[in-house]
Write a protein that binds this ligand. Structure first.
Ligand SMILES: Cc1cc2nc3c(=O)[nH]c(=O)nc-3n(C[C@H](O)[C@H](O)[C@H](O)COP(=O)(O)OP(=O)(O)OC[C@H]3O[C@@H](n4cnc5c(N)ncnc54)[C@H](O)[C@@H]3O)c2cc1C
Length: 540
């Protein structure tokens, strides 16, 4: 590849959790050339690497800075949706929680996309991806690309929370078991107290390869097709670099890895989507694929933030903490904030027939009051105990605002919109469990009885606090998936080999293909999707 020639065997769009893995694996073969195009800049800034600083990146230059459309069930609020825009993508901006979910979640994928996506079939990919410190289960990798480590300096309140879980009758278990998971201290995608993104895990070790070219500040506008063939064939992408739009030609395939918001946006801009929607915007149709941008699922979280005695991350911005971090990589700044979590099954799961022994709520614990969607610094010493809706029934959409690639897409997760109200009932049951945990002796010992959020919570009933927390303060846990769903059925956007139906030479490899949300967090499965995609492309 010469400096001016933008052609390659494989053109990959997006250097995020999945895209970095695909690029690194494909370029292991010196016989093929790989061009990785990333819209964001390089990941050199210090704040990308200091764990506790992650929410300081929100609405900054490394964030696509999205907001949803108003959500009727959340008092018509818009919800802030950050997405990483740099090498590593959202793995460079995320909260570093490594939580793989349950084996049953992946077996659900296999139900719609075939056995290749079952838990048993994916275990070798988890093992290939992970480098786990003190692995406790044979399905955990110890020699893979991605560091998964213990926190170096968890807060004392985190131990109190795990004690509270036991007092409330829950089991404390090792993290990342395939089933029967209880409460655990979070393992993190970090190495020695610093963030370990997929740029660290996959791209840095591959950077000297002559056959891998990574371009940053390269904004892809759309995929190009040769429509003279029987089935339109992807020939490359138009990419804007330094204000100039150029064509990057793919000799073999184009692989979209722009994430669950930008990948459906790119597909629609390229003429793949609902024919009516594209026609409204004057976009020439390559294939009528109504599934593009549909099936959007996200994890909603609603937190309660009691006031706490000292020692929370409220103190993390002190100069002494920065000095400690820079000299020893220890102290509060190594925290990923959400230092513990646990899985619970509410009585709603029993009523609605969720398979036995599986949770419908994750309780998340942060040793700081996570308020204002993370956009404001902790206002006081406090904690957060929140409920995450693990398996939402509500489904939303990504749609284009216009035919201009620079326009932000319309994001409508339709939170809590399921007709039977199961999502809302589950969240309220989850918040009741948060209150139960907060009333244990272990939590009472570290909290003051006052409230940071909801403000004035001491004068409210638990139900009033739950209602406020859900309607006024709930927000995304940043886990959108499903907008270019894989499956064997005709409505699926991609087939089980991740090839976009209706065209040739185009695959999707990112969180968009995930057909249903896991009971966990989405970085690990996004990386695994990238690992599998590379094998599929290599014909393995
Ligand atoms: C604030 C935040 C906190 C989170 N916390 C956690 C957590 O603690 N644990 C966890 O497991 N998950 C977490 N997640 C979710 C997890 O990080 C994502 O699910 C995962 O990174 C998604 O991977 P992806 O490859 O699908 O997309 P991304 O990693 O978002 O990658 C997409 C890449 O494509 C690039 N791109 C997009 N459009 C274009 C274009 N047109 N041209 C060129 N490049 C483009 C983007 O800039 C980006 O680099 C969090 C996410 C966020 C945002």
């Amino acid at each position: 590849m010469s400096a001016h020639d933008l052609s390659a065997d494989y053109v990959i769009v997006g250097a995020g959790s999945s895209g970095a893995a695909v690029a690194a694996r494909l370029s292991e073969d010196p016989g093929v050339s790989v061009l990785l195009l990333e819209a964001g800049g390089p990941d050199t800034a210090l704040e990308l690497h200091v764990p506790a600083a992650f929410s300081k990146l929100f609405r900054g230059r490394y964030d696509w800075n999205y907001d949803t459309v108003p959500q009727p069930e959340l008092k018509d609020r818009t919800v802030f949706w950050p997405r990483g825009k740099t090498l590593g993508g959202s793995s460079s901006l995320n909260a570093m929680m490594w939580i793989r979910g349950f084996a049953a979640d992946y077996d659900d994928w296999a139900e719609v996309a075939g056995d290749r996506w079952s838990w048993n079939a994916l275990v070798p990919y988890f093992r290939r991806a992970e480098r786990t410190e003190d692995a406790t289960h044979p399905t955990q990798g110890t020699n893979g690309a991605q560091r998964v480590e213990h926190q170096r300096d968890p807060r004392a309140q985190t131990a109190a929370f795990l004690e509270a879980a036991i007092e409330a009758g829950h089991a404390v278990t090792p993290p990342n078991l395939p089933d029967h998971q209880g409460f655990s201290q979070t393992m993190v995608s970090q190495h020695r107290g610093a963030r370990a993104s997929t740029a660290d895990a996959y791209l840095r070790p591959a950077r000297r390869r002559a056959n891998l070219r990574v371009l940053t500040n390269a904004f892809v506008r759309r995929v190009t097709f040769d429509s003279d063939t029987e089935v339109p064939r992807a020939t490359g992408v138009y990419v804007e670099i330094g204000g100039i739009t150029r064509h990057a030609a793919a000799r073999r395939e184009v692989i979209l890895a722009g994430g669950a918001v930008n990948t459906p946006q790119l597909l629609m801009l390229s003429g793949l989507g609902s024919a009516d929607h594209l026609a409204d915007l004057g976009i020439p149709i390559i294939a009528d694929r109504p599934g593009v941008g549909a099936n959007l699922q996200d994890h909603l979280v609603a937190g309660l933030a009691p006031s706490a005695h000292s020692g929370t991350l409220y103190g993390a911005t002190r100069t002494a903490e920065l000095a400690r971090y820079l000299t020893t990589r220890r102290g509060m700044l190594t925290s990923n904030v959400a230092e513990a979590y646990g899985f619970v099954r509410t009585d709603v799961a029993d009523r609605t027939g969720m398979a036995a022994e599986l949770p419908d709520i994750e309780i998340i614990f942060a040793s700081a009051p996570y308020v204002g969607e993370g956009l404001v610094p902790p206002p006081a010493e406090g904690l957060t105990v929140g409920a995450i809706l693990l398996r939402p029934r509500s489904r939303g959409t990504i749609r284009l605002r216009s035919a201009d690639p620079a326009d932000k897409p319309l994001i409508d997760p339709r939170y809590l919109s399921d007709s039977e109200g199961v999502d809302r009932a589950t969240m309220l049951a989850g918040l009741a469990e948060c209150e139960r945990l907060l009333s244990t002796p272990a939590m009472r010992a570290v909290t003051t009885g006052g409230w940071v959020q909801p403000e004035g919570g001491e004068d409210m009933t638990p139900h009033e606090r739950a209602e406020l927390s859900l309607r006024r303060y709930s927000h995304t846990l940043y886990h959108p998936v499903g907008t270019a769903r894989m499956g064997t059925d005709a409505d699926a956007v991609v087939d089980p080999e991740l090839r976009v139906r209706g065209v040739a030479g185009l695959r999707v490899a990112d969180a968009s293909v995930i057909p249903s949300l896991i009971r966990g967090h989405t970085n690990a499965p996004a990386i695994v999707v990238g690992e599998v995609a590379a094998d599929l492309i290599r014909g393995r």
